[in-house]
Design a protein around this ligand. Structure first.
Ligand SMILES: [Zn+2]
Ligand SMILES: [Zn+2]
Length: 170
C-alpha cells in the first residue's frame, strides 16, 4: 500500500531554499499505530513545511492527534488532543544519523509522523492533578464516593512500610 504521505521532492532538491507546504488530514488507520491510546476512526492533522537545504530537506511544523486513555489513579476514561511541533531532517545521502531517507526523489512523512505522535500522546495521564484515586481496600472511587474503610488501617499500613524503609536504611 502506498504511503498517503509520500511527497515528490524533485523540485525542492533542485534548488536550496525552496519551500513546499503539506497540509493534510490522514486517517489514523494509515499509520498502523497499533496503540490503544490512539482514537480509532480519528484523523492525524499534518501541517508541515518542507525546506530544501544543500544537503537535505528539513521538515518542520505541527502534528495533531486525538488520544484516549484512563487516569492512572482512578481509571476514569480520559480523552485529549495532542499537538506536537516537529523538526526533522531528510537526506538522500545520510550524513546525520538522525536523518530520515530521501529515496529516489521522494520522501515519506508517514513513519516520522507516526513516531512523533506516539511520543507525544501521554503515557500515564491524570484526570486532575490531585486525583485521590481508588481506595486501596474497597476500590471505591474516592473522587465521587467516600467509603467506610477505616482510615486507621491505611495509616498502619503506611507506618509498616515506613518501618521497613527505615530498616533498609540502617
Ligand atoms: Zn483520576
Ligand atoms: Zn474503601
Amino acid at each position: 500500500m502506498a504511503s498517503p504521505l509520500l511527497v515528490n521532492v524533485a523540485e525542492l532538491l533542485r534548488r536550496a531554499g525552496s519551500i513546499r507546504e503539506i497540509d493534510r488530514q490522514i486517517d489514523v488507520a494509515e499509520f498502523v499505530f497499533d496503540d490503544a491510546r490512539i482514537v480509532e476512526g480519528s484523523k492525524v492533522d499534518v501541517a508541515l513545511t518542507l525546506e530544501a537545504l544543500t544537503d537535505g530537506i528539513v521538515v518542520h511544523g505541527k502534528l495533531q492527534a486525538d488520544w484516549k486513555f484512563e487516569c492512572r489513579r482512578c481509571l476514569r476514561p480520559l480523552t485529549g488532543h495532542t499537538e506536537v511541533e516537529v523538526q526533522e531532517l531528510y537526506q538522500a545521502v545520510i550524513s546525520d544519523p538522525d536523518a530520515y531517507p530521501i529515496t529516489g526523489e521522494q520522501l515519506d512523512l508517514l513513519e516520522m509522523a507516526r513516531e512523533n505522535v506516539l511520543l507525544a500522546v501521554p503515557l500515564a495521564p491524570l484526570c486532575r492533578a490531585d486525583c485521590p484515586g481508588l481506595c486501596p481496600q474497597c476500590g471505591a472511587d474516592l473522587q465521587s464516593a467516600s467509603c467506610s474503610c477505616s482510615r486507621q488501617v491505611r495509616d498502619e499500613r503506611w507506618a509498616a512500610l515506613d518501618a521497613l524503609k527505615t530498616d533498609e536504611n540502617q
